[in-house]
Design a protein around this ligand. Structure first.
Ligand code: ADP
Length: 347
């Protein structure tokens, strides 16, 4: 019964956000006695309407669970912290789902996955009649490679003090790399980086988006934690290579998102076995890392992207492989990952 109720509560979204009230960590207790159910909610908000809306939604939804005869909702309102803690997630106006792409360390192909996934989801949404409903935000301040991979170099326009994304391949693009020169982040210290990224995130004027892909800085430090807390993320995709040694790093990255209740949608393995002309596979970076990380995290392995020179070259030339060679094995693998991610968001 408790499981059924928890499942029902997961369908209730926090007003104004795409994440549910369970994911936000609001449910403190569920007590069941015969058919009588008490749901204890602990919430900290300045908006008096939010607890009312959540209470009404719980009453309505839980009453429909088979066997439930009576529902009580106990609201524990805690005052918002007086000292400034981590920024509460602010909804990005006009943006429906935000998906972060993360890796425990740099150089594993995170930006490549971000770019390819954004373009692949754009193609899927275009088929649904939404040709410009995907954005990519490059927060990888130490190595902002999204502009290069997406073939753009122009500075974004500023209208009414807000940055206007640059578009290519139907994807709206914004990158820290378009704003700072390549040496700046190196001399910034942690808190400056966090502040710069948070400010950056809140000052982009996206046209309405179904999905915003966020390329996070690599690692498991304060910058990632702060971003994960300040963005209303629908979920995160963890990127790893097939190497066994990479798994521990990927798990450390994932732990950070557990801490802030961001759901992990799945694992993407990249730089996986490279198909050879004779049909055999060459495991340059070993094998099994993605499956192992997915198993340890109890999330799906969304797919494996092979090590592919065309993928690398497309990145360097600014034309993503799913745009340039949509029929290739690599593009098909990426499309399958995109379908699953979109399915999870829309489901
Ligand atoms: P990160 O964002 O994790 O630092 P990148 O996405 O920038 O990593 O990838 C690092 C390098 O590896 C880039 O030159 C990229 O083109 C290349 N690369 C990434 N994934 C693949 C792949 N599956 N096949 C071939 N090259 C790849």
């Amino acid at each position: 019964m408790k499981e059924l109720i928890l499942h029902t509560l997961r369908q209730i979204r926090y007003p104004g956000f795409s994440r549910d009230i369970v994911a936000f960590g609001l449910i403190k207790d569920i007590r069941v006695e015969a058919g009588r159910v008490e749901v204890v909610v602990r919430i900290s908000t300045k908006d008096a309407d939010v607890p009312k809306q959540i209470e009404a939604a719980i009453q309505e939804q839980v009453a429909q669970v088979p066997g439930v005869t009576h529902v009580t909702v106990t609201m524990e309102l805690t005052p918002p912290p007086a000292v400034q803690g981590p920024a509460a997630p602010q909804a990005l106006p006009g943006v429906k789902h935000i998906v972060a792409i993360a890796s425990g360390k740099g150089g594993v192909g995170k930006s490549t996955v971000s770019v390819q996934l954004a373009c692949a989801i754009q193609q899927l949404l275009a088929k649904q009649g939404l040709p410009e409903a995907v954005g990519i935000m490059d927060c990888d301040i130490y190595g902002p490679s999204v502009p290069l991979m997406m073939g753009i170099s122009q500075q974004p326009d500023i209208v009414n003090d807000r940055l206007v994304p640059v578009s290519n391949f139907g994807v709206q693009i914004m990158s820290m790399g378009l704003l700072v020169d390549e040496y700046t982040p190196v001399i910034w210290r942690g808190p400056m980086v966090i502040k710069a990224i948070q400010q950056f995130v809140s000052q982009v004027a996206w046209s309405p988006l179904e999905v915003l892909i966020v390329d996070l800085p690599p690692g498991t430090g304060d910058a990632q934690l702060s971003l994960a807390q300040s963005l209303p993320l629908s979920g995160v995709v963890i990127v790893t290579t097939p190497q066994k040694a990479a798994v521990q790093v990927a798990l450390r990255g994932a732990a950070l998102f557990h801490k802030v209740n961001v759901p992990i949608l799945g694992v993407v393995e990249t730089m996986s076995a490279m198909p050879q002309p004779d049909g055999s596979l060459l495991d340059i970076f070993g094998s099994g890392g993605g499956a192992q990380a997915a198993k340890a995290l109890e999330v799906p392995l969304l797919g494996s992207i092979p090590l592919d020179p065309h993928l690398r070259a497309g990145g360097d030339h600014g034309i993503p492989i799913v745009v340039d060679h949509p029929g290739s094995t690599t593009s098909i693998a990426i499309m399958r990952i995109a379908e699953q991610v979109l399915g999870m968001l829309e489901g």
